[in-house]
Design a protein around this ligand. Structure first.
Ligand SMILES: [Zn+2]
Length: 120
């Protein structure tokens, strides 16, 4: 991949990271606000618990995505960005534009997903 494209994806990844961190910060601050008043009504409390689980799940997803973004940024630095981790071929540029953290080409990704379905 040439330098210009690498810079493009680096910008894309940094932008995603920034947005994620902002989102995560908002999630965390809304969580700590909720902690201050617990509703007396058990039904409300259940809703609150469900909300909290939802938020925690989002945070888990954010954490994983952040780790992936950092991984991709590292790959840009060491020159392995855009190369499929399984077959070693270049990942389709269209795929990277849609999902800059992708670490497999579309063919390997399909195989992996098929495998996951069998194992489930
Ligand atoms: Zn592949």
């Amino acid at each position: 991949m040439d330098k210009e494209k690498l810079m493009f994806f680096k910008e894309l990844l940094l932008q995603q990271k920034k947005e994620l961190l902002e989102q995560a910060r908002k999630t965390v601050s809304s969580l700590s606000q909720e902690g201050e008043e617990v509703p007396a009504d058990p039904a409300d409390r259940a809703t609150l618990e469900a909300d909290r689980n939802f938020l925690l799940r989002i945070r888990d997803r954010e954490r994983k995505l952040l780790a992936k973004i950092d991984e991709a940024l590292e790959k840009i630095e060491n020159g392995t960005y855009g190369i499929c981790e399984l077959c070693g071929n270049e990942i389709e540029e269209e795929r990277l534009r849609a999902r800059p953290v992708a670490s497999y080409c579309i063919e390997c990704k399909r195989k992996l997903e098929a495998l996951e379905k069998i194992q489930r």
